[in-house]
Design a protein around this ligand. Structure first.
Ligand code: ATP
Ligand code: MG
Length: 499
C-alpha cells in the first residue's frame, strides 16, 4: 500500500514525504528505486493545510476557510532510512528521487528483519501485532543493556521477560534485588537461587571495608592506621599465622596493642570505636566461614541477591565486591589460572542503577560498575542497568550500554541524558517517549538490526513489585472481617447465647 511520495531534498539517511493518508509513527516503510528496496521507519508526522497557514491572523477568515475547505489538509512525515533490504540493511549509496512512492513494509520483510540466531522474544510491534520482535541474545550478554523509564512504565516486567528467556539458554543471571521483587518470583524456564548478602571479610578490599567502617575520605591519619591494620591482618592470614580471630577482631586487636604502645593515641582509639560500631551494625553481613560469594552462583538459574533488608552503604559494598571479584576471577579463568577463578560468564542485573552508579557522586560500586561496563565484554561479564531516573545514572557507564530499551520517559532532562549516551537515539524518537503507553518501548542497539517500537510481552511467571490493587485489597479485607463477625455471631447463637 502506498502511503505517500518523497518530496524535497532527500539524503542517504532521511527523507520527507507528503501523503493524504495517516501512517503511524514507528511504522516501517519501503522505498524502491535504482533496483533497490530500502527499509525506513516513520519517525515524525505533522498535518497542515496550505490555505490555513501560520500567517493567517483573522479569526473570521480562518473560520470561513475551515468551513469551506477544512478537509484539504496534507500529512507531512519524516522517514529515517535503515538500509537496503537485500543488502544486509546497509545504507544505500544513492538517495531516492523526489516523487518516489513510499509503501508500507511487507510482513515477509519484517519477519526477516526480526529473525535472529539466538532469539529473545520481547513482544510485538506496537503498530502491527502480527509481527513478533526478537532480539539477538549475544550482544546483550557481552555489550550490556540499559532499561530506562519513568516509574511504573514496565521496566521490571521487561527485566522478567528477558530473564526468563536467558535462563532458558542456561545463562547464569544475577539480580541485585533492591526491593525484594525477585526473590519470591517464579520463572517458567528455571528456578530462583536466593543468595544471602554475606561476605567473608578476607575477600574484601581495603576500600570496601573502609566504606563499612565509615572512615571518612579526608581522615588521612585514621586511614593510615586503618590501612596498616588491614595490611597486617591480610598478611597474617595469607601466611597462616592468624587463625584465632575473625578479620575485624584481628584488626581491632592489632590497633589496640598499637594504641597501648603509643599511649592511647586518640586517632587510633577513634578507629577502634568505628570498627566496634561496624561489627555491631553489620553483624549479619560478615561471615568468616563463607567461601567467596561468587561460588554460590548457579548456571541457568536466576541468582537473586536479596538487598531489601540492607542499607545503601551495604548494597554499595556488595555490588562493588561482586563486580570486582567477578572481573578478577574471570580474568584469572581466561588466563588459565588454577585458583580463584570464575568459570562461566554471568549476566548482572542492577535495578536502581542511579543509586549504585550515581552520576555526580563517587562511590565504590560505581567504580566497579564502570570497570565491568568497559572491560566485561572480554571476560563474558554482561551488565543490565535499570533505572527510573536516567539523568542521575553515571554517564560513563550508561554510554557503555550498547543496547537500550526505553519505555515511557517524560522528563526532558532524563531524555537529554539518555540521548547524549546513545548515538542511535534520534531527536524524533526522543519526542515519541512521552506518548508511549505502559509496556511500550523503543528498542535500540546491537541486539536489533533496526530501531523498533515494541509492545513488550506481559511476563508469564509470577513476580511482586507490580501495581497494587489497593481498593480491591481493602474491599477483600473488609469482606473477610464482615464474614468473620458473622461467623462469630452464628457461633454464639449456636451456643445458645442471644444478643
Ligand atoms: N508489557 C506489559 N504488558 C502488560 N502490563 C504491563 C507491562 N509492563 C508493565 N505492566 C504493568 O504495569 C505495572 C508496572 O510495571 P513494572 O513493575 O514493570 O514497572 P517499573 O517500571 O518496574 O516500575 P518501578 O519504577 O516502580 O520499579 C505492573 O502492574 C505491570 O503488570
Ligand atoms: Mg521496577
Amino acid at each position: 500500500m502506498v502511503v505517500g511520495y518523497c518530496v524535497g531534498e532527500i539524503s542517504l539517511s532521511e527523507l520527507t514525504f507528503i501523503s493524504d493518508k495517516m501512517p503511524q509513527v514507528g511504522e516501517y516503510v519501503t522505498v524502491e528505486y535504482d533496483g533497490k528496496k530500502v527499509l525506513g521507519m516513520v519517525e515524525s508526522l505533522v498535518r497542515g493545510n496550505d490555505s490555513l497557514n501560520i500567517d493567517l491572523h483573522d479569526v473570521d477568515a480562518i473560520q470561513t476557510i475551515a468551513r469551506m475547505g477544512g478537509k484539504d489538509y496534507y500529512i507531512k512525515g519524516k522517514v529515517k532510512l535503515l538500509g537496503d533490504v537485500d543488502d544486509n540493511l546497509r545504507l544505500p549509496r544513492t538517495p531516492a528521487l523526489p516523487g518516489t512512492p513510499i509503501k508500507l513494509a511487507d510482513k515477509e520483510i519484517l519477519d526477516k528483519v526480526f529473525k535472529v540466531k539466538n532469539p529473545l522474544r520481547l513482544g510485538t510491534l506496537v503498530n502491527q501485532e502480527d509481527i513478533v520482535v526478537n532480539v539477538e541474545a549475544n550482544p546483550i550478554l557481552n555489550r550490556h543493556l540499559a532499561i530506562l523509564a519513568m516509574t511504573g512504565a514496565g521496566k521490571s516486567n521487561t527485566v522478567a521477560v528477558l530473564i526468563d528467556q536467558l535462563i532458558g539458554y542456561n545463562v547464569p543471571v544475577f539480580v541485585f534485588d533492591m526491593h525484594g521483587e525477585y526473590k519470591d518470583a517464579t520463572f517458567p524456564n528455571g528456578d530462583v537461587n536466593v543468595i544471602q548478602p554475606k561476605i567473608n571479610p578476607i575477600y574484601m578490599s581495603f576500600y570496601e571495608i573502609k566504606r563499612l567502617v565509615n572512615i571518612p575520605n579526608n581522615a588521612f591519619v585514621q586511614e593510615r592506621h586503618f590501612r596498616q591494620a588491614f595490611n597486617h591482618v591480610k598478611n597474617e592470614i595469607e601466611a597462616g599465622t592468624e587463625s584465632k580471630h575473625n578479620f575485624l577482631d584481628a584488626m581491632q586487636n592489632y590497633l589496640e596493642i598499637k594504641s597501648q604502645e603509643e599511649g592511647s593515641d586518640k586517632q587510633i582509639v577513634d578507629v577502634v570505636n568505628k570498627i566496634e560500631d561496624a561489627k555491631e551494625k553489620y553483624n549479619n553481613l560478615f561471615d568468616n566461614n563463607k567461601g567467596n560469594i561468587l561460588t554460590s552462583i548457579k548456571i541457568g538459574h536466576v541468582n537473586v541477591l536479596d538487598l531489601s533488608q540492607t542499607d545503601e552503604s551495604v548494597a554499595e559494598v556488595l555490588v562493588s565486591h561482586i563486580m570486582r571479584n567477578s572481573l578478577q576471577r574471570r580474568k584469572n579463568a581466561v588466563h588459565g589460572h588454577a585458583k580463584n577463578t570464575l568459570d562461566h560468564p554471568v549476566f548482572y542485573i542492577i535495578e536502581e542503577a542511579h543509586i549504585l552508579a550515581p552520576n555526580k557522586r563517587d562511590s565504590t560500586s560505581k567504580h566497579w560498575i564502570q570497570r565491568v561496563a568497559r572491560e566485561g565484554r572480554k571476560f563474558g561479564l554482561g551488565l543490565c542497568l535499570v533505572s527510573q531516573s536516567p539523568k542521575t545514572v553515571d554517564h560513563d557507564a550508561l554510554s557503555q550500554m550498547n543496547n537500550m530499551i526505553i519505555l515511557r520517559l517524560v522528563e526532558p532532562e532524563d531524555q537529554r541524558h539518555v540521548q547524549s549516551a546513545s548515538e542511535s537515539l534520534s531527536k524524533d524518537l526522543i519526542n515519541q517517549l512521552p506518548s508511549l503507553n505502559v509496556g511500550e518501548a523503543i528498542v535500540l542497539g546491537l541486539m536489533s538490526k533496526v530501531p523498533t517500537l515494541v509492545k513488550i510481552d506481559e511476563f508469564k511467571g509470577r513476580r511482586t513489585g507490580g501495581d497494587l490493587d489497593i481498593i480491591g485489597d481493602l474491599a477483600k479485607l473488609n469482606e473477610s472481617e464482615k464474614s468473620e463477625i458473622k461467623r462469630q455471631e452464628q457461633e454464639s447463637l449456636d451456643l445458645g447465647y442471644d444478643y
